[in-house]
Every structure is written in structure tokens, then in C-alpha cells.
Design a protein around this ligand. Structure first.
Ligand SMILES: [Mn+2]
Length: 254
């Protein structure tokens, strides 16, 4: 890897013959996802004969936006033809899985947008101060409504993937710890210690989790969460050779 140390210059490469599109946090915005996928397909048409086309999704597929179930179904079975896809785990998927094991965690999930996900599977969420019996009932209904394919998908999401000089992970990594020794909790939840670091991490980290109006490029990371559920913008970074640029789908708002 070359020594790019300016705050905005990232010098890193993906393997030759590969083009990667890494997509930020979707949060139930199926329409934005479909619009962005169309742009990615159009953008990559001329590369399809010469390059392996790779999609990486950095997690947070559900919660908050209107169609969590639809987003997961799209990722499982209806991505564009000809792409290799890697879907990573986000903290919202982890919260969902934890709730299946321990229904009392619904209170925590409700603070993170569970209502939208539950509704997308046809379930009314109880209030966060409802008795535990209601949380258990909600969990049981959810287990019954969640297609087996969705459960299997959620349970088998990897935490990270690497290609060339790039490392893809939901929230980030802990500076000073090698990428292969990172802890699950950091990869799903870390913010300031990672976001504020300008240390050489040994790779360029492509991540979501912390939204902003625009993608963020620093010497050691690229943040691609543009707040699909709050800003109506879903972003992908395209990585080809040592070049990168951004594709965005935007909601039309009156
Ligand atoms: Mn997140």
C-alpha cells in the first residue's frame, strides 16, 4: 500500500480484474436500494466482460425505513445477475438476533426502529413499557412470521470482508488492533475511537453505521452511510484499480 497521508487522499487498490460496489446502510428503503442497483448495473455494463463485479453491503438492512422484509428478500434472492454479493452484519441485524434469544431485549430494539421491521413482517410492536409477557408474545409471532430463508441469512452474515487494500466492515475497527483480531462488538458498534483516528490501519476501511449528508473520505477510511432513512440518500462507492467514486440514489421529496 502506498503512503497516502493527507486527510482526503486515499491511495489503495482492489485486485486487478475486479470492480467493487460497496453499498451503505439501507434501513428498509427498498425503493432507494432498487434505484441504486439500477445505477450500479448501468455503470458496470461496460466492465462486465472484463471484470468480476462485486457487491458489498455493509449491514443495517432493516429498522426505521418502511420495507425491511423487502430489503432482506432482495438481498437474498433478487440481486442483479452477474454480480458476486457479500452481505455483512450490522448492529441492527445483531439486535434482531439477540431479541430472538432474549425477548426482554425488545425494549432496546424498539429504541432502534424495531417497529418498522416488525410491521414489515405483519406484526404490531408493543409499547416499550409493556409487560414482559407481551415482549415474549411479540417474539413468538416474529419467529413464526420470519421466513426460514431470512433467519438463515441473518444468522450467517459475516462481520467483515477484504479485497486488495480495502477492508469492509459495518461500523469500523479498533485502531492498534490487527484487522484479523478485531472484536465483534467493535466491528458492529465502534464510533469515535475509529472515526477520529488518523492512524495507518494497514488497510482502507470501508464502513457505514455513522450517517452524514455526504460520504466521508479520510486517510484510512471511507464512510458510505448517507442516512437513507433520514436524508433519503443511499450511496455506493465504486472501487476500480486505484480509483474510487460515488453513486447515489435519492428519494424524491416534495
Ligand atoms: Mn449501524
Amino acid at each position: 500500500m502506498t503512503e497516502a497521508k493527507s486527510m482526503t487522499d486515499v491511495s489503495a487498490s482492489v485486485p486487478e480484474g475486479m470492480v467493487i460496489y460497496a453499498v451503505g446502510d439501507i434501513h428498509g428503503q427498498l425503493q432507494l436500494l432498487d434505484n441504486l442497483l439500477k445505477k450500479i448495473v448501468a455503470d458496470s455494463v461496460l466492465l462486465s466482460k472484463t471484470h468480476q463485479r462485486v457487491l458489498v453491503f455493509v449491514g443495517d438492512y432493516g429498522d426505521r425505513g418502511p420495507d425491511s422484509a423487502g430489503v432482506i428478500e432482495r438481498l437474498i434472492s433478487d440481486l442483479p445477475y452477474g454480480f458476486e454479493a457479500h452481505c455483512l452484519m450490522g448492529n441492527h441485524e445483531a439486535i434482531l438476533l439477540d431479541f430472538l434469544d432474549d425477548p426482554t431485549l425488545l425494549e432496546h430494539w424498539l429504541r432502534n426502529g424495531a417497529q418498522a421491521t416488525l410491521a414489515s413482517y405483519g406484526i404490531d410492536a408493543p409499547n416499550d413499557d409493556a409487560p414482559v409477557a407481551e415482549f415474549i408474545r411479540c417474539r413468538d409471532h416474529f419467529v413464526a412470521a420470519l421466513p426460514r430463508t431470512h433467519l438463515e441469512f441473518l444468522k450467517t452474515l459475516p462481520l467483515s470482508v477484504s479485497f486488495g487494500d480495502y477492508h469492509f466492515v459495518h461500523a469500523g475497527i479498533r485502531p492498534g488492533v490487527p484487522v484479523n483480531r478485531q472484536e465483534r462488538h467493535d466491528m458492529l458498534w465502534i464510533r469515535d475511537e475509529f472515526l477520529d483516528s488518523d492512524e495507518d490501519l494497514g488497510c482502507i476501511v470501508v464502513h457505514g453505521h455513522t450517517p452524514g449528508p455526504e460520504p466521508v473520505v479520510r486517510c484510512n477510511r471511507i464512510g458510505i452511510d448517507t442516512g437513507a432513512w433520514v436524508n433519503g440518500r443511499l450511496t455506493a462507492v465504486r472501487l476500480l484499480g486505484d480509483e474510487r467514486w460515488f453513486l447515489t440514489a435519492e428519494e424524491e421529496r416534495a
